[in-house]
Design a protein around this ligand. Structure first.
Ligand code: M6R
Length: 366
């Protein structure tokens, strides 16, 4: 049942190339320059006329929502807000019929997310669900939706659900950008072919497993860990930290790299591992100076870089190389080594990777 892997989590990490493909198959037609998703086509005007898109989710799905915020705003110029479902539902939110709500949930059963979309519907908003489990409560409660095709996710730590959520949300953003004319034709076509090339590149990113394992053996006894990223990779930093916390019980925090100087930099000493997400595209020079700041305070740097990178390599204690892609799609690749790193650390610490303490796969309590 674990397909030869020791844990479901590892099996699910390795399924990502194929489930990302399953998620765009039949929807993304790069030769014809088309994205077709029934739930979007049937409601295209609602989306293109939206005064705002509100994304509601919890946990890892909330992180996928944050990535989507960057992608939607860049591609479609529609203002986006991302909210924790649990906060949204308890604060008399300002929302009306001109808002489109996207609810993201792997299980489709998360109680807070379900309650939040019921509230949004009462207030007249159009609710679009992005769920993995077919026929789940959230998918039924939404006006329309698009499924991720990740297949069953058993490990409590969400992995393939995250990357397939990003895949669906990126396709939606691209389709809306096409309809609104907010992305040039050439950029639109370039993104379609780049998205199509992602599974192969994820496959390559998975080859970092051995390096990730080596690095894990160095830091398995750490008590704290920082994750830094900027732009599209800031949510990936949050997700990397969440993954480490939930399965290895090491305290970890994700931060936008530029926020370091506003507080967290005080934590840095030779005991502190800092995972820096520094792909070539996207604020690279800024991230390099953040890396220098950590280095001068003797922090231990684990950097996720684009293949062939030299500048960060010269400063970092460890590097993990991933293939090149455009900035907006990079979270689909930068996430992979972070999943592997947490996995190996948790295994080395003797933790129950698939069923971490105090956690359940779907949180149906409020
Ligand atoms: O099923 P959902 O996507 O609604 O679940 C949301 C969170 O409970 C979930 O992502 C949780 O944070 C995971 N354990 C993260 O790995």
């Amino acid at each position: 049942e674990k397909g030869g892997y020791d844990h479901f989590m590892m099996k699910e990490i390795y399924e990502q190339p194929s489930v990302i493909k399953d998620t765009y198959r039949g929807r993304l037609h790069s030769n014809e320059g088309l994205i077709k998703m029934a739930g979007i086509e049937d409601n295209l005007e609602k989306f293109t006329n939206a005064q705002r898109i509100l994304i509601i989710a919890c946990g890892t799905s909330w992180h996928a929502g944050l990535v989507a915020e960057y992608v939607f705003e860049e591609f479609t110029r529609i203002p986006v807000e991302v909210e924790y479902a649990s906060e949204f539902r308890y604060r008399n939110p300002i929302i009306n019929e001109k808002d489109v709500v996207i609810a993201i949930s792997q299980s489709g059963e998360t109680a807070d997310t379900l309650a939040a979309i019921k509230l949004a519907k009462e207030k007249g908003a159009f609710v679009f669900g992005v769920c993995n489990v077919v026929g789940s409560s959230i998918s039924r409660e939404s006006h329309a939706g698009a499924y991720t095709h990740a297949g069953p996710e058993i490990g409590v730590a969400s992995t393939k659900a995250f990357t397939t959520q990003i895949t669906v949300l990126t396709m939606i953003a691209l389709r809306l950008a096409q309809a609104k004319g907010t992305l040039s034709k050439s950029d639109f076509h370039r993104y379609l072919s780049e998205l199509e090339a992602i599974p192969e590149k994820v496959e390559e990113a998975l080859k970092t497993n051995e390096v990730a394992k080596e690095i894990a053996s160095v830091y398995k006894d750490a008590t704290n860990c920082l994750y830094l990223g900027r732009g599209y990779n800031f949510p990936v930093a949050l997700e990397g930290a969440l993954k480490l916390k939930e399965i290895s019980y090491i305290h970890a925090e994700g931060y936008p790299a530029a926020e370091m100087k506003h507080g967290p930099i005080a934590l840095i000493d030779e005991q502190m591992p800092v995972v820096v997400i520094a792909p070539k595209q996207g604020h690279y020079d800024k991230v390099v100076s953040n890396v220098q700041e950590i280095k001068s305070r003797s922090g231990k740097i684990i950097a996720i870089v684009t293949k062939g990178d030299e500048q960060v390599r010269n400063l970092a204690d460890h590097v993990i190389e991933i293939p090149e892609t455009s900035d907006a799609l990079s979270p689909l690749l930068t996430t992979i080594p972070l999943q592997l790193l947490s996995y190996h650390i948790a295994v080395m610490r003797g933790c129950n990777v698939d069923q971490p303490r105090n956690l359940a796969k779907s949180v149906t309590v409020e």
